[in-house]
Design a protein around this ligand. Sequence first.
Ligand SMILES: Nc1nc2c(ncn2[C@@H]2O[C@H](COP(=O)(O)OP(=O)(O)OP(=O)(O)O)[C@@H](O)[C@H]2O)c(=O)[nH]1
Ligand SMILES: [Mg+2]
Length: 215
Amino acid sequence: MRVILVVGMDGAGKTVLLRRLRLLCREEKPKHGPLFGSASMGFFMRRKEQEKLESQMSIGQFTMPTTGIEEETLVYTGSTFTIREVGAPMLSMWKAYYSQCEAFMFVIDVTNAPQLATAAMELFNILHNDAMVLKGACIVLNKIDAPNALPLPLLRSVLCLDQIASLSNVEIIRVSAKTGENIQTVLQWATGRPRTTHRMSLLDANVSRVHPAAV
Ligand SMILES: Nc1nc2c(ncn2[C@@H]2O[C@H](COP(=O)(O)OP(=O)(O)OP(=O)(O)O)[C@@H](O)[C@H]2O)c(=O)[nH]1
Ligand SMILES: [Mg+2]
């Protein structure tokens, strides 16, 4: 089983990201279709749409800091993987989970300037840890929907994104766990599928969508 460790500073959006991934996996169409007639099929579809809308609305609400571990096994396009969030309060114990994972995500809150330097340091530590150095990594720059998202050049320099992007095992994806933007790309990474676009070009592609100051 592919286990993906999810870490990052407090409030970075790990739990919301996990919820978003779960929602996307649930939305996947059943392979053989439901066994219903056309009338009940209409009802079934309306209920599904309603459930989807409710999930979309509540996805970014009511999160509590994850004090322990939150984990979920998901299936997407035939691939099964477990997402394991280890909450920020357990930072001193993250290492205990390194050997059990096949890949990891490091989630960064792009609106949190005071936290950025600490995030950069912890990211550096995990990327250089002996148990993690060769594993697949996904750096998730989260909250790109927020009006106070920091400009990309600043993120690039504080987080050393250009050096990180040159590592063959690391992807950098700018997302909004709240709106779902680019979550499909994260899911694609999570299933272990290689992406066709180059990681830096993806980083550049959405500049204008993040923050006017980033252009
Ligand atoms: N604007 C915006 N807010 C977000 C996004 N993702 C998460 N948030 C908000 O950020 C806050 C923290 O989100 P969590 O998912 O609980 O953060 P976490 O990383 O799990 O935090 P810990 O469990 O304490 O480590 C919540 O108020 C979320 O609604 C996003 O993409 N955009
Ligand atoms: Mg959490």
